[in-house]
Design a protein around this ligand. Structure first.
Ligand code: NAD
Length: 299
């Protein structure tokens, strides 16, 4: 039976379930990169979230490693191809957080269109700006979903149930909702992004695309930093072409660079700190998936 190292926080329920499997496990969920490099050679399995970086020099030291388990979706923190070349499997828990992200995107659409965060800030400042916060309804509007995989399709189904027309763009799947990108950009009142960040999707949403979007439309990005050209988004919002944008992900996390701070500070931007998967239910499902993978590889 293999020995497991937990490098990032994992739910207590999942840790208890792994102990019940009889797997020898060290929980060091705030381990530093230096400490990790010293001990990695002892383990057959490791569990990481997004904090721990698993790069080539570390993989070179992981002589006994059979599997790297990433609780969550993105594999940006792991040199996946290099690990696989060394015979180490890299597994993640892709479906566990889909509903949480779809619900966040929907919540962002409501929050943008009804000015919820500005209205709340105004109340807290003692004002009663009833007329200022006139909104629009999402029923009867068109949602354009870019990236029609797990999260995109879940969002699409929820939006249809709320009376929206849903169109989507995704070059890799066939679905009756799919339309060409140009058509989606021109027709949608809301656009929500749900594709991975790859060289192909880098700055897929830039000045040209924002210009093609309808005057007064909204953008939601709970996918990955780097897909949106943030400087171009700033321009479009500042000029009042886009009515608003909700962002959960950034090219730099946490965002400290001045241009990014200026984007976040715009009154028509709603910003959250990468909380898409941050629901109790998603974290529990991630835990369940981790336990299944530990059982598959180490028991
Ligand atoms: P998925 O793999 O099920 O779907 C992604 C879809 O994007 C696929 O259908 C794929 O064909 C499509 N795609 C790829 N390249 C594209 C392109 N150039 N243009 C349009 N579509 C393209 O993934 P998912 O589980 O739905 O997750 C989607 C993304 O959400 C993930 O890549 C991840 O980065 C992000 N995510 C964010 C959070 C968060 O906390 N905000 C949490 C989980 C996932």
């Amino acid at each position: 039976m293999g020995k497991l190292l937990i490098c990032d926080p994992v739910s207590k329920v999942a840790l208890d379930a792994i102990r019940e499997l009889g797997v020898a496990m060290d929980v060091r969920d705030s381990i530093t990169a230096e400490e990790l490099a010293e001990v990695i050679g002892e383990y057959e399995g490791m569990v990481v979230r997004s904090r721990t970086k698993v790069r080539r020099p570390l993989i070179d030291k992981a002589a006994k490693m059979k599997v790297i388990i990433r609780g969550g979706v993105g594999l940006d923190n792991i040199d996946v191809d290099y690990a696989r070349d060394k015979g180490i499997d890299v597994r993640n828990t892709p479906a566990a957080s889909s509903n949480a992200v779809a619900e966040l995107a929907l919540g962002m659409m409501f929050a943008l269109t009804r000015h919820l965060s500005a209205a709340d800030a105004s109340m807290k400042a003692g004002r009663w700006d009833k007329k200022k916060f006139k909104g629009t309804e999402i029923a009867g509007k068109t949602l354009g979903v870019i990236g029609y995989g797990r999260i995109g399709r879940l969002l699409g189904a929820k939006a249809k149930a709320l009376g929206m027309t849903v169109i989507a763009y995704d070059p890799y799947i066939q679905h009756e909702d799919i339309v060409p990108l140009d058509e989606l950009l021109a027709r949608a009142d809301y656009i929500s992004l749900h594709m991975p960040h790859t060289p192909e999707t880098h700055h897929l949403m830039g000045a040209a695309q924002f210009a093609q979007m309808k005057q007064g439309s909204f953008l939601v990005d709970a996918a990955r930093g780097g897909i949106v050209d943030e400087a171009a988004l700033y321009e479009s919002l500042a000029q009042g072409h886009l009515a608003g944008a909700a962002l959960d992900v950034y090219s730099q996390e946490p965002p400290t660079d001045e241009p990014l701070r200026q984007l976040i500070a715009l009154p028509n931007v709603l910003a959250t700190p990468h909380i898409g998967a941050g629901t109790r239910e998603a974290q529990d499902r991630i835990g369940d998936e981790i336990v299944k993978l530990v059982k598959e590889y180490l028991v």
